[in-house]
Design a protein around this ligand. Sequence first.
Ligand SMILES: [Zn+2]
Length: 437
Amino acid sequence: MHLQIGLDDTDSTNGGCTTYIAARLVERLVEVDAHFIDYPNIIRLNPNIPYKTRGNAAVALRLEIPNAMYDSVVQIVLSEIEREGRIGDENADPAAVFLKGDPTQSVRELARRALSELVPLTDAINIIVESRAESASYGTGIGLVGALAAIGHTLDQDHTFELVAYRKRENCGSQRRVDEESVKRMNNSTRPYTFNNYDERNRRVLITPHGPDPVLLGIRGETAEIVREAFAMLSISEPVERWVVFRTNHATDAHLDAARGNGVKVNAPVVVNGEVDDRPERTVGGHVFFPIHTTQGRFTCAAYEPTGRLRDIIMQLIPGDQVAVYGGIPGRYGLTVNLEKLEILSLANLASTQNPLCPRCGKRLKSAGREKGFKCSRCSLVAREQERTRILKTRKLTPGVYLPELKAYRHLTKPLSRYNHERIWDGKPPLEKWHSP
Ligand SMILES: [Zn+2]
């Protein structure tokens, strides 16, 4: 039988990690001869919901097992959650869902909603009951939403891969010992098939996180092979406890695709077309704000300081410019759209006026005072009937898609290098080596 296992919310602020549990489970399940029909999936859900501490990641494991193995697989999963799941920590509400067979239409629909909405726990529970799935949850139980959504999000369309390597427990909390030069070399020889490795502009390694969690590094790319090759190029001077290749919706804009047509709502991703209403303003902290009007109403768009050069693009917008804004409304500041991407659709004419030239000597005329026309400072001509002339200025901006700097990317942000290279999943199980040992 097919068995789908969803896991969520084993993270807490104290450094748990849902993917780490998944990595341990991969090894334990392979050991008992459970057959993986897909790479383990990391599914990022709606990044704008208020009760998440980090990236809102859930995991799905998809297995083919003999019917008789079901109970022992459930036991293995629950024992790992109890061992590693930070049960009892604030903000950690770990949950697991076990669904026999393949995801039903209602599970898939819940998954789509969980990318772009705040899904109530009762909706998830109803679908778990209706699909005869089994579940286990701790704390508030809210983890059931993500666990079920991970099962339903089968990544049939665009997807990417991430190789995640983990540290030994005794090293967690210390600086990660991954050689920066080797990251640059790996980046240069594998991009654009890998991405978000290194921020050239700010000279920052991006594959290593900074928290106390067990993740040593994560390499993102287009195929399982390329992330494995890239991993082999790194010089790492601390022991790697284990590693796994995940298939994910990272770098696919999945949340924005799911939000299309949903309108403008709090705690949701937003995709909306509009017209710039007023000149953008830059605050003391370096944040940039501008108002737009849309068929949904008038909103403020915000590009915060970490978005970097995107703010310089925005500062050149003028009233009348047509834009598509992509982002989210975390809800802390009312209906302010936190920009993740800006598409300039068309530019308004930027016009200014200037005094006419003297019809007698050709010098530019001066104003003779309010309502008094112009006079020439060279030949003293007085020209009462002349009018200021309107001139069009050229705009430096060009229509197109603009993203923030790398350091402001969300997990789901699709880098420009992936545009028009989206891929469809072939549905084949992982064949070669995709996890340690
Ligand atoms: Zn003159």
